[in-house]
Design a protein around this ligand. Structure first.
Ligand code: NAP
Length: 544
């Protein structure tokens, strides 16, 4: 480790020891690069390290929610259930870190504060919160898309006499809600997982809901060993299907249009998907749900009818009914979410019509009343896609910060979601304008890590000093991303996909919707053409 005022020279610095950083470290080490990962936590895991809230689990099926770069690893690990809980996923990532001996390359409990590109040296100068400075040729971010917690700036939070938590920074020790009056703000994917679990323990749970959500039963169940054995036997096929699929998970093809079927046939399709549980209700029923308003309406109506069947109190059921286009906020899967509102110790407060005005010493005050609470859970989400990057002072050419370039200037622009012009030799794993959060993350992460590792190999083999996205390439890519998104219903809903959950954040859809398979092909094509759309420079002259 470098002591204060001593600059350690590295080939590559990677930020984050989650799915992204762990594999990036492994690949760069294999390529012989001196690499160091910086991680703020005291362990590996990324979001799975931090998200320890009650009920936290994955909602990609577990046999697909893992690395596929090593068949040996795939064979050595066996998941217990269809949607495993956070401790098991964290255990998996620890297993990976041990198997590939990664811990020695990670500096834990260290936050990168600044990263500046030095144009004279063609190197990144990186500073950490322990005062150390390192210099690296390549600077790679694996900071996650949903890691910068968003806590609304409610007046009076400091005055609250009880305990409060954000789900993304949950304590390591068990939080005791037994017999307590608990309030939870939010009804996104996180809250939908947490509410049924907290409700079982709390004396009373009050749910503060701004936007009701569509949620489909997860249909979680323990795996039988034969199913897991078959997955391992079909490893190569599964891996290929994941890589070529639209969302990073092998899916059965959806019917082309909800409107082509009769009402009766549609009901059958939806009922079947509902009974099977999981994200198939979104991805395997009809392929026009996110592009055609009328088709979307049929799915939305179906879920609303299920809410009204499930929730006994008609007034509560009505409050729980969403009206936005189904699927244009993150599709949610749950275990007993709507059922939980039948419990006597659970109440629902609509904070859309009567917003929260302040947190008081005793609880939460809305425009209609005050709710006394012993604990408040903020399930209020994240400053997604860009928040974690903006927490660092990242400066490219001419000292321009990433924030200036993306927020105050012409707004977020990237080339493939991997690079951004003016920041040479910087790579983002699942950056804005890549499929990222609208895909099964480990698949997209692996694809980026492999692309970046191959790119660095190419640069070294060809005597290239720097690689930088061309301005026109990122303009074209951003335009393409916008066009694909605007042809869907996604941009018609206020969601974190659009940055709408963070006051003042520019509204832009920052995820590439063209599908994991086609996106991979596009990235590979660009690499095969000698990194088309990038400027490659040798120490003093342009290579291309
Ligand atoms: P989220 O989807 O952004 O939900 C935040 C919730 O807080 C929303 O209901 C939001 O209401 C509410 N909220 C925010 N500010 C508020 C305010 N000032 N007053 C009242 N309500 C407010 O965040 P999340 O649930 O943490 O999920 C984020 C993402 O993480 C998910 O979409 C998913 O991609 C990922 N995630 C994945 C898993 C998994 O794989 N199992 C689990 C959890 C989360 P509005 O809707 O009105 O803004």
């Amino acid at each position: 480790m470098a002591r204060k005022n001593e600059v350690m020279e590295l080939d590559a610095v990677v930020i984050g020891a989650g799915f992204s950083g762990l594999y990036m470290l492994h690949r760069l080490r294999e390529a012989g690069l001196q690499t160091r990962v910086y991680e703020a936590a005291d362990g590996v895991g990324g979001v799975w390290y931090w998200n320890r809230y009650p009920g936290a689990r994955c909602d990609s099926e577990s046999i697909y929610y893992n690395y596929t770069f090593s068949e040996e690893l795939y064979n050595e690990w066996s998941w217990s259930s269809r949607y495993p809980e956070q401790p098991e996923i964290l255990q998996y990532l620890n297993f990976v870190a041990d198997k590939f001996d990664l811990r020695s390359g990670i500096q834990f409990k260290t936050r990168v504060t600044t990263a500046r590109y030095d144009e004279d040296l063609n190197r990144w100068q990186i500073e950490t919160d322990d005062g150390a400075v390192v210099s690296a040729k390549y600077f790679i971010t694996g900071v996650g898309c949903l890691s910068a917690a968003s806590i609304p700036k409610f007046k009076g939070l400091d005055s609250f006499k009880g305990e409060w938590f954000h789900t993304g920074h949950w304590p390591h020790e068990k939080v005791n809600f037994a017999g307590k009056r608990v309030g939870i703000i939010g009804t996104g994917s996180t809250a939908v997982q947490a509410i049924p679990v907290i409700a079982k323990e709390a004396g009373h749970l009050t749910v503060f809901q701004r936007t009701p959500q569509y949620s489909v039963p997860a249909g979680n169940h323990p795996y039988d060993s034969e199913y897991v054995r078959q997955a391992k036997e079909n490893f190569s096929e599964i891996k290929q299907q994941m890589r070529e699929s639209a969302g990073g998970i092998p899916t059965k093809p959806a019917n082309p249009s909800a409107l082509a079927d009769t009402q009766e046939e549609r009901e059958r399709v939806y009922e079947e998907a509902w009974a099977k549980g999981g994200v198939g209700f979104f991805s395997e029923t009809y392929s026009d749900l996110t592009i055609n308003e009328d088709a979307n309406h049929t799915a939305a109506e179906f879920v609303r009818s299920k809410i009204s069947e499930t929730v006994h109190n008609p007034e509560v059921a009505k409050k729980l009914m969403p009206t936005y286009y189904y699927g244009t906020k993150r599709p949610i899967i749950d275990t007993n979410y709507y059922e939980t509102f039948n419990r006597e110790n659970v109440s629902l407060v609509d904070v859309k019509t009567a917003p929260i005005v302040e947190i008081t010493p005793k609880g939460i005050k809305t425009t209609e009343g005050e709710y006394d609470l012993d604990a408040i859970v903020f399930a209020t989400g994240y400053d997604a896609m860009t928040g974690a990057l903006f927490k660092m002072d990242i400066r490219g050419k001419d000292g321009v910060t990433l924030k200036e370039k993306w927020e105050e200037g012409e707004q977020t622009r990237t080339y493939l979601g991997i690079a951004t012009a003016g920041f040479p030799n910087m790579f983002m794993i699942t950056g804005p304008e890549s499929p990222s959060v609208l895909s099964n993350m480990p698949v997209s992460i692996e694809q980026h890590v492999e692309w970046i590792a191959d790119c660095i190999d190419y640069l070294r083999e060809n005597g290239v000093e720097t690689i930088d996205a061309k301005v026109e390439s990122e303009e074209d890519w951003s335009k393409h991303c916008r066009e694909v998104a605007e042809a869907t219903l996604f941009t018609k809903t206020d969601s974190w996909y659009m940055g709408a959950n963070v006051p003042g954040k520019p509204r832009r859809f920052l995820i590439y919707l063209g599908g994991v398979g086609p996106y991979r092909e596009k990235c590979s094509e660009i690499a095969a053409k000698g990194y088309e759309g990038f400027t490659l420079e040798a120490s003093s002259k342009t290579v291309k």
